[in-house]
Design a protein around this ligand. Structure first.
Ligand code: FAD
Ligand code: NAG
Ligand code: NAG
Length: 426
């Protein structure tokens, strides 16, 4: 592969991980990121099942991820009166994870670690503040023109789309709109960092919910004077107007988004958080959506990470991206002179894993943010029972309700059952 050129579009989580593994094939790798730098922000993302397996293949990677873990000891679910109904702690065993993973790490910390692993490799180059203007492909390669003049027009043997759920590269490759192949969950999330510690130094996060369909998560940050905030909304399928307002607000920028959030959460009991978000200059929002593309590649353009298989609210997107990077690079390395077989194999190997990890557990994402007061009280009652069982399980392990939760969310929370092949890289 030493004579091959690969372009990776996007440098969040998927892009840097692909750069690291694809560099092992010897190809010349260029990563372009539209943003001027690695993006800050995001809450904790999880690494689970086959994602853990792949991370453990790289010397030092697991150790660095652990060292950067979010300072989070658990999560409390608060009742509408502000009392804790249930506190979930991590299990301490990465092979048997609970709702809280052993590898809870903030998205920006993870993407910086992955970036650091690839940035000094001789055959990897990052270019920020740039994006593709056009792509035209024939059987042998893709001609790419760039928008901002940081890169000359070039021909690549392969283009890897790692530009997220609303991938423009996917739209170019499949000649469709950016929202095609995305299925909306009628839910959204906004992420912010606030310059206040509303948790009073506690390292246990808080979820406050109210109806219909509102949730706010407050988490401790590395900087003990700050918190990270996740604001979420989920809507019935008849409430398309709110989704529409949300999409307009995202397009309108921070001011429009803050106005939207202020209206949406007005009178729902967490004005302390909203005031702090209003004053924050760190805000990012995205719709909860799954991507199900008809094919993972078209000619010499391959879909990868959220661009190919965003998992939406189930939170397995990061693990899928990490797994996909290893499989893609492994297949290319095994078929250096036959890219179409490599892409075909990548696609066949990933399909069943994607299908499994995209499964939405019953009640998701609504269980986090019930629509009705009745739904909320049912959820709270269930959580109270789980919480009693957790206390009981200290004396009677068979009752371990975490086992019950793990069973319920088997695909995402069980151990790695996907038997990812072992690829020998030179
Ligand atoms: C700022 C931010 C915060 C997030 N916070 C969370 C969170 O708290 N919890 C969670 O579960 N998930 C979060 N996510 C999503 C999470 O990163 C992904 O689900 C998963 O890790 C897979 O990532 P990805 O790299 O495939 O896609 P993404 O993380 O969406 O990254 C896509 C990257 O491509 C870049 N890009 C987009 N279009 C172009 C283009 N045309 N040309 C060049 N570059 C382009 C974007 O700037 C971005 O850096 C967040 C994403 C971002 C960008
Ligand atoms: C933090 O302290 C304030 C003021 O004493 C109190 O109102 C608030 O409930 C506390 N929050 C937490 C999470 O303990
Ligand atoms: C991958 O490629 C080889 C040919 O080199 C083939 O034998 C194998 O069945 C392919 N499929 C998968 C899923 O690995």
């Amino acid at each position: 592969m030493a004579d091959k050129k690969i372009l990776i579009v996007g440098a969040s989580v998927a892009g840097p991980m692909a750069a690291f593994w694809l560099a092992k094939t010897g190809a010349d790798i260029t990563v372009v990121e539209r943003h001027e730098a690695m993006r800050d922000g995001g809450q904790n993302v999880d690494i689970r099942t086959s994602g853990v397996t792949v991370v453990q293949k790289v010397p030092e990677m697991e150790a660095r991820i652990r060292a950067a873990a979010a300072p989070l000891e658990g999560m409390s679910v608060l009742s509408s009166k502000g009392q804790s109904i249930l506190t979930i702690k991590s299990t301490g065993d990465p092979k048997q994870q609970s709702l809280m993973s052993e590898y809870e790490i903030f998205r920006d910390d993870l993407s910086k670690i992955l970036f650091d692993f690839a940035k000094d490799l001789l055959n990897v180059r990052y270019v920020f503040g740039e994006q593709a203007k056009s792509m035209t492909q024939d059987e042998k390669g893709v001609d790419v023109e760039f928008l901002n003049g940081h890169l000359p027009q070039s021909r690549y043997d392969l283009v890897v789309a790692a530009d997220g759920a609303t991938s423009r590269t996917r739209a170019l490759a499949f000649d469709c709109k950016v929202r095609d192949h995305m299925s909306s969950m009628n839910a959204w999330a906004a992420y912010s960092t606030i310059k206040k510690d509303l948790l009073n130094t506690s390292k246990t996060g808080q979820l406050t919910t109210s109806t219909p369909g509102r949730g706010i998560i407050l988490l401790p940050d590395h900087d003990s004077k700050q918190n990270r905030v996740l604001l979420m909304g989920s809507h019935g399928s008849d409430e398309t107007s709110i989704m529409h307002l949300f999409r307009q607000a995202v397009k309108g920028g921070d001011r429009a988004l803050k106005d939207f959030l202020g209206d949406f959460f007005h009178g729902h009991g967490r004005d302390d958080i909203l005031t702090a978000v209003e004053q924050s200059n760190k805000l990012y929002a995205s719709e909860a959506a799954q991507v199900k593309a008809p094919s993972l590649y078209k000619g010499r353009i391959v879909l990868f990470g959220d661009a190919g298989y965003a998992a939406g609210p189930v939170g397995t997107g990061t693990s899928l991206a990490i797994t996909g990077a290893y499989v893609l690079a492994g297949e290319i390395n095994s078929h250096p002179d036959d890219l179409s077989t490599a892409l075909q194999n990548y696609s066949e190997r990933m399909r069943p894993i994607i299908q499994d990890m995209q499964q939405i557990p019953p009640g998701f994402p609504g269980i986090m943010t019930p629509q009705t007061a009745w739904g909320l009280s049912v959820r709270n009652a269930v959580l109270r029972i789980i919480s009693y069982m957790m206390l009981a399980s200290e004396y009677w392990p068979v009752a371990a309700p975490l086992g019950w939760l793990v069973g319920l969310y088997a695909s995402a929370f069980g151990k790695d059952k996907y038997s990812i092949p072992y690829y020998a890289f030179e």
